[in-house]
Ligand binder design. Structure first.
Ligand SMILES: *Cc1c(COP(=O)(O)O)cnc(C)c1O
Length: 380
């Protein structure tokens, strides 16, 4: 049905109407005092969302731009970098660092598993790494690293922790100042409830000192240029003006709901989804709830029912878009996002639609058990 699409992929995610309307304006001059006021509000609210006293920089790019902005401002050729890899997005850090000439070691786990913080401690005792990269919510598998425990270990060393919070900031608690995250990045089309095209980065003093020894920092993603601009309520280059109008509105919505309530909502929806899927007899890629991201849930299809069939029926019959697995996991799992502008109603819709589709595809199970489980979960 036209205009009825419900995006349950892990980005882009649904955009609220008030955010869409905030964008539907003629752009204004990015050097005007009017726009400077918008930026002042946006930069202040970004600090609230990132739970930091440090500046938050904003780039006109997708999330990977902020990842590039992190590495290209820290790493020189020949530096030792340790990448903690849960899946595709963890690997992306390693590729970026290798691209800038770093010697990259990895700790890699199987899809659906998470890093044991003690393995990181051991590795850091063996070698002096300049940078350790990690992913909070690994969107390719739905696993969640214990960033707090890992960064508290890294903090005891000279290494800089660089954390991908693209599907965790605004969905799950991330406290850079308290946990000792030195660089934290995120992107707009995930939990921020706005379309793709903006990326964010925050950096602390420890990382700034290492940055000062970076020989060829990126020009477009220059930390120095962005710090200067943030402090002048400006941007170094032409701002993505209309996306920033959208961000202004979305950040107001986030503040109104309150971070604690937003985290609780993501936890309720993700765990409710996990219980309901299990009740339907489906297997989850991330076995333990404590290791599960609250943004994205990876599900194995029942035997003899294919992922493409499930996805296309959800899409055709219910206008619900869920994601396939990536790379090796393609057609082995499907991924359901509960990220950003998602409510209790959406959980019920998704679970009951999936039940209907699986029944149509011939899966033998107690039809209705998933929806019943979701209802009981929400009424608990
Ligand atoms: C989406 C995503 C990114 C960034 O991807 P872009 O396509 O560049 O926005 C990075 N890390 C994670 C965990 C993601 O989910």
């Amino acid at each position: 049905m036209k205009d009825k699409n419900f995006l349950m992929i892990p980005g882009p995610t649904p955009v609220p109407e008030s955010v869409l309307l905030a964008m539907a304006k003629h752009p204004i001059g990015h050097r005007s005092s009017e726009f400077s006021k918008v930026l002042e509000e946006v930069y202040t609210n970004l600090k609230y969302v990132f739970q930091t006293e440090n500046d938050v920089f904003m780039f006109a790019s997708s999330g990977t731009g902020a990842m590039d902005a992190a590495i290209s401002n820290l790493v020189n050729e020949g530096d030792d970098v340790l990448s903690l890899v849960l899946g595709n997005f963890g690997k992306r850090w390693a590729k970026i660092a290798a691209g800038y000439g770093a010697n990259v070691d990895t700790i890699e786990v199987n899809a659906g598993e998470v890093i044991n913080p003690e393995d990181v401690r051991k590795k850091l005792q063996e070698k002096n790494y300049k940078v350790v990269t990690l992913t909070h919510s690994e969107t390719s598998t739905g696993a969640k690293n214990d960033v707090e425990a890992i960064c508290k270990i890294i903090r005891e060393t000279g290494a800089i922790s660089v954390v991908d919070g693209v599907t965790s900031v605004t969905a799950m608690d991330v406290k850079p100042d308290e946990w000792g995250i030195d660089v934290l990045v995120s992107g707009s089309q995930k939990g921020f409830m706005i379309p793709p095209g903006l990326a964010f980065l925050t950096v602390n003093e420890k990382a700034w000192k290492v940055h000062e020894q970076c020989k060829h920092p990126s020009f477009y993603f220059s930390w120095d240029a962005h710090r200067k601009s943030v402090r002048e309520n400006s941007t170094p280059y032409t701002a993505a003006v209309n996306l920033i109008f959208a961000l202004q509105e979305a950040l107001r919505m986030i503040k109104d709901e309150g971070l604690e309530n937003i985290f609780a909502r993501h936890e309720r929806l993700a765990l409710g989804l996990r219980h309901s899927l299990r009740a339907m007899g489906l297997e989850l890629l991330v076995k333990e709830d404590k290791n599960a991201s609250y943004s994205i849930t990876s599900v194995l299809p029942p035997e003899n029912i294919s992922v493409p069939d499930i996805r296309s029926h959800l899409n055709k019959d219910f206008d619900i878009v869920v994601a396939n697995g990536q790379n090796d996991l393609k057609d082995k799992i499907f991924r359901m996002g509960t990220l950003g502008f998602v409510s209790d109603r959406d959980l019920l819709t998704a679970v009951s639609s999936l039940e209907t589709v699986l029944a149509r595809l011939g899966y033998k199970f107690e039809v209705g058990i998933g929806t019943k489980t979701a209802i009981e979960w929400l009424n608990k």
